[in-house]
Write a protein that binds this ligand. Structure first.
Ligand SMILES: C[S@@+](CC[C@H](N)C(=O)[O-])C[C@H]1O[C@@H](n2cnc3c(N)ncnc32)[C@H](O)[C@@H]1O
Length: 283
């Protein structure tokens, strides 16, 4: 049965309603964070992911949000650009980008792509596939809209660098998230299979994709402890479950412990891993 949101189960509907509401309220937040958190060699993860679809002319971005990755791909020669996202607020920002004036930007679900078979050379998804319910269906749709030999490249979260700021934040925050009242808890987001190579290969192989190439990059969210706190507390979805008092407690715990990890310049190293998987649909 399909629900009013298009999602096929109550759990998927709850997850998508949460994501849509979050992104409608704070459009542009994700891309601003990505553009500040650079790899050790000074690149964004959009730039790293774009390397995996060299020369693609017709590109679809699943969970495109405000179109930052599509804009980058337009600058690298992609002439036919399309994106899909749950959030109209994010898409409104994407539509304001001059480079995306001719792009086909749709509000909708990656599980039900409104695009014709074989219409793209490349499908990309940056930090979004990992949040989607029913990834079997998302991957089947990606295979359907790709041409034979077409490229699929995804970036998913790979966890914090141990002993640094993001690790400290999560170590302190997870018990608070878990202690939240049941009515405030976040719906389950995504499917674990999309976060690792083995799970993704198991999803993609039967659809005709070659085994993934896989690489991990580290991005730095370094800053003063309060800058790191601001960046992390505004982007982690789970912060939504904390009331003001718990948020204040967590902030005090984080700032109290972070000072000891900061360097002589007062900056807290805060690395996070991002993993990139790339493959092609076998002709
Ligand atoms: C963490 S943000 C990443 C946005 C963008 N790819 C980036 O990295 O800047 C996840 C995005 O995926 C979108 N999203 C999540 N599930 C989706 C689905 N099933 N179909 C389409 N978009 C989805 C959300 O609305 C959100 O904009």
């Amino acid at each position: 049965m399909t629900t009013t949101s298009g999602a096929t189960t109550p759990a998927a509907r709850a997850a998508e309603d949460f994501l849509r509401t979050f992104h409608d309220r704070s459009p542009g937040l994700q891309s601003a964070g990505v553009e500040e958190a650079l790899t050790r060699d000074g690149r964004t993860t959009y730039e790293v992911l774009a390397e995996h679809v060299p020369g693609a002319r017709r590109v679809l971005d699943l969970g495109c949000a405000d179109g930052a990755l599509l804009e980058l791909l337009a600058g690298r020669g992609a002439g036919v650009l399309a994106g899909i996202d749950l959030s109209e607020g994010e898409l409104a920002l994407a539509r304001r980008r001059p480079a995306l004036a001719g792009a086909d930007l749709r509000r909708g679900r990656a599980q039900e792509l409104p695009f014709a078979d074989g219409s793209f050379d490349a499908v990309v998804s940056h930090m979004a596939l990992m949040l989607m319910s029913d990834p079997d269906q998302v991957c089947a749709e990606a295979a359907r809209v790709l041409v034979p030999g077409g490229a699929l490249a995804v970036a998913v979260g790979g966890g914090p660098v141990p002993g640094e700021g993001v690790d400290l934040f999560l170590t302190l925050a997870v018990p608070h998230f878990e202690a939240a009242a049941p009515e405030r808890r976040l719906p389950r987001l995504g499917d674990r299979r999309t976060r690792g190579r083995e799970g993704l290969d198991a999803l993609l192989g039967p659809l005709g994709f070659a085994p993934l190439s896989w690489r991990t990059v580290v991005i730095g969210m370094d800053g003063t402890p309060s800058e790191v706190w601001s960046a992390l507390s505004s982007t982690y979805y789970d912060m939504e479950v904390l009331d003001e008092e718990r948020t204040a407690d967590l902030r005090a715990e984080f700032l109290g412990r972070a000072a000891a990890l900061a360097g002589p310049d007062g900056r807290l190293p805060s690395g996070m891993r991002v993993t990139m998987g790339a493959t092609r649909l076998q002709p």
